[in-house]
Every structure is written in C-alpha cells, then in structure tokens.
Design a binder for this molecule. Structure first.
Ligand code: SF4
Ligand code: SF4
Length: 278
C-alpha cells in the first residue's frame, strides 16, 4: 500500500495539487450520519483530501473594492469546477489504474451534510481557526477542497503538529456586522485536537456586503474566504509569518473598505485595525 500512496503523491505533484492528506476510516468514528463521508461509500476505507490554493491575486480586486468579478471565477467557479476537478480526476484515474474504487466528492449540494472541515483536520492538513474557517499552515484560509473516498486501505497521515491561528481576535473585533462573538465561543474536538471557535451568526454573514460570498458548503454555511473577516486573517497570518506561502508585500496596502449590513460605507481601517477618519 505504501507503493500506491507514493504513486498517488507523485500524481498529485504532476496535477498541481497543493495539499493532499490521507485518513483511514477509524479517524471518522466520531462522526455520525451524513456528516461522516463514509455514509456515501460504506465500503470505503480511506478519505483523501485534495486541495488547491486560492491565489492571493484573485483576492486583490476584492481587497481594493475595484474588481469583485474575477474572484468569482479564479477563486470559485473555475478553481472548483475546472482546475481542482482536473486534479481530483487525475487522482481518481491513478487509483482506478491500480484497481481500486475511487469516489470523488465535491463540497456543497452534491454532498449534503458531509463535514469537510473535520476531514481536512483528520487528514492532517488543517485546523479550525477562531473564526470557524479551515486554516492550513501553507495558505491559512486560502484553499478549496475536494475529497476522494477509496476502498484502498491507505495509512493515515500524522495530525498537524502546529497551530496556525494565534487567537489574535482581529476577525472578531473588526467584523463590520459583529457576526462573530468570542464571549460565546465553543470548543470543537476533532481526532483528539481541540479548537476554540467563536459563535458565528451565519444569517448575518449571508447578507454581508464586505466581499464576495461563495456558495454554501455541504453543511449549508456560506463561504467567507473573500470576505473582510478572512482577508483580515490572511493579512495577519502573512504579516506574522504564520503561513508558509508568505508574500513580500502586504495584501492590505491601504485602509480597507467596509460597509454596514445595508451597504452604507463605514470608516475604513488602517493596517493596525484603527478607523481612518476623512
Ligand atoms: S484573524 Fe486571528 S483569531 Fe481570527 S482566525 Fe485569523 S489568526 Fe485566528
Ligand atoms: S462574512 Fe461578513 S459578517 Fe460574516 S464574519 Fe465575515 S465580515 Fe463578518
């Protein structure tokens, strides 16, 4: 089986996969019902999580407020439906050439209830940040995921041995709509790892005008990767050196635009998160 795993990893490299991790079935014992990916393929033995980066350039126009459309393609539809789908297909092909079933699973409506965030942690690739987003040491919140379920019994990868979120609280403190509440945080336990997650008012997020909201995930929660909260997190992680894909220049080059729930302008924020007065 180690030979097969190496063949999959080689194919992943050739198919521009940025993140790949393996978790055997026992890592999902705590997940009940539809949340457990093996509910889709009861004879499956292994989950493989496959991720590709959301390029930071795709967020540039959103951060500036000058071009919100390109993110919808390069950061959402094309990335998910074309680039990542091709990578996932290549890996499915690789497994099937070796004689194993391989079921591709995409997030959202095709896989209602499946907990992709749990799977990313179980595969040793990620953690859950204070803002509830899946964070990886390479990209923070900047990636999209597909999943492959296979009946090949592949060994689990080690769980992540470091943290990404430093609990800075900027995502909570600077949310223009006050949708995150640190006082009502909950603790999430996944494969023995515990994460503190602020309470999130998803209904407020669904009408948030501060970015480009993506399609709902398999749990029905909105994708906030290009929203003000996540862009603030991306900037913080880059500035503090907490991600590996680090940039020489900041994402936030000037006071960041913000709007209230009705789309009215709020005071922009400088790099330190302080309102800038006209
Ligand atoms: S902004 Fe800070 S507290 Fe919020 S998720 Fe990012 S690192 Fe964690
Ligand atoms: S999506 Fe908008 S309302 Fe929700 S946490 Fe992010 S900035 Fe706040």
């Amino acid at each position: 089986m180690e030979q097969l795993k190496q063949a999959i990893l080689k194919q992943a490299g050739e198919s521009w996969v940025d993140l790949i991790g393996f978790a055997a079935r026992d890592r999902f014992d705590a997940l009940e019902g539809a949340a457990n990916p093996f509910s889709l393929f009861p004879e499956g033995k292994t989950v493989i999580m496959v991720g590709r980066r959301i390029t930071r350039g795709a967020l540039r126009g959103v951060e500036e407020g000058t071009n919100l459309a390109d993110y919808s393609m390069f950061g959402q539809s094309w990335l998910n439906d074309t680039f990542l789908s091709q990578s996932t297909f290549d890996l499915v092909h690789c497994l099937e050439r070796a004689g194993w079933d391989a079921m591709p699973v995409v997030p959202g409506k095709p896989s209602p209830g499946v907990d992709f965030a749990y799977a990313a942690v179980a595969c040793g690739l990620a953690e859950i940040g204070l803002d509830g987003q899946v964070l990886t040491p390479r990209f923070g919140p900047r990636q999209r995921w597909h999943m492959i379920l296979t009946d090949a019994p592949l060994a689990s990868d080690p769980l992540l041995d470091r943290t990404v979120c430093d609990q800075c609280g900027q995502c909570v403190d600077l949310c223009p709509l006050g949708a995150l509440d640190r006082q009502s945080s909950t603790t999430r336990l996944i494969c023995g790892k515990t994460f503190t997650v602020a309470a999130i008012n998803h209904e407020l997020c669904k009408k948030c005008p501060n970015g480009v909201l993506g399609p709902a995930d398999s749990l029905g929660q909105p994708d906030r990767t290009a929203m003000f909260c996540s862009r603030t997190c991306i900037e913080h992680l880059n500035e503090q050196g907490l991600v590996e894909n680090r940039f020489k220049q900041p994402l936030r080059k000037r006071p960041a635009w913000r709007q209230d729930a009705d789309g009215r302008p709020l005071p922009a924020l400088d790099g330190a998160g302080k309102p800038v007065q006209d």
